[in-house]
Design a protein around this ligand. Structure first.
Ligand SMILES: [Zn+2]
Length: 254
């Protein structure tokens, strides 16, 4: 039993355990090209939270990793078979209920470890911050924590790409189809060119953008790249866990 993972903990050890920071991994259940499992974002988020949690725990941080929420925002994939969409308003309701428990029990720091690009917690956190003024609520996107070009030949993808494929090859190799079965992950761009820039935005209709549901070429992925990236990401994320756990939320600014 790992005492920093709620799903493995028991009442006997937990009832007197001090918890400074709760960590909530949040994934999605969706198609990932032809070769990766629907749980890809859940596998990644859970594994990164658990390993970063281990590193933080061993450094003395009083943390607790909560069970991963398996459904994310998939509003652009309504026609892709069994992509399970959880609306942002439902996410807000789920978060409210988790935070209500934490707040009542004087665990005033929460970090959402986001594992899915369609999830956007900023407006939700702003609103819940007003409702729970004693809480310090934050989120991080682990997939943006490092420069992918240091690790991968095709770093520009964002879904079922070389990075995600390498990670799952490292974490759950038995769930990855042979790479010669994977699509090339090529994606179409908006004809309205500005919508491809980062100052204007519209949701992409996934089935019209990507032939194989992937965005980013996965075919240079290897288990070794996945291992190196996983170790670097978990190291970086664990430092955030430690800093948040040790922070005085009444004295955050210098
Ligand atoms: Zn993914």
């Amino acid at each position: 039993m790992r005492p920093y993972i709620l799903a493995e903990s028991n009442w006997k050890s937990l009832k007197d355990q001090e918890v400074e920071l709760a960590i909530l991994p949040w994934g999605a259940t969706e198609a990932h090209n032809y070769h990766l499992p629907y749980a890809t974002d859940v596998i990644e988020g859970t594994s990164i939270a658990e390993e970063a949690g281990r590193l933080a725990w061993e450094a003395g941080a009083k943390i607790m990793v909560l069970p991963t929420i398996p459904f994310g925002v998939n509003t652009g994939q309504t026609d892709i078979k069994l992509d399970i969409n959880m609306h942002p308003s439902t996410q807000a309701a789920v978060l409210n209920d988790v935070i209500e428990v934490l707040d009542r029990q004087n665990i005033h720091k929460l970090l959402i470890l986001n594992s899915h690009g369609g999830n956007n917690f900023k407006p939700i956190i702003r609103e819940l911050g007003v409702r729970y003024p004693d809480m310090f609520i934050s989120f991080c996107n682990w997939f943006q924590s490092l420069d992918k070009s240091q690790f991968f030949d095709h770093p520009d993808g964002d879904h079922a790409d070389e990075m995600e494929t390498s990670l799952v090859m490292h974490l759950r190799p038995e769930l990855v189809r042979p790479l010669d079965e994977a699509g090339d992950g090529s994606a179409r761009q908006f004809k309205i060119g500005v919508l491809n820039e980062n100052w204007a935005w519209a949701e992409r209709k996934w089935s019209e953008v990507a032939e194989d549901t992937g965005v980013g070429d996965p075919r240079k992925a290897t288990e070794e790249k996945g291992k190196a990236y996983f170790e670097a990401v978990t190291e970086k994320v664990s430092q955030l866990f430690i800093d948040l756990a040790n922070a005085d939320i009444d004295d955050l600014y210098e």
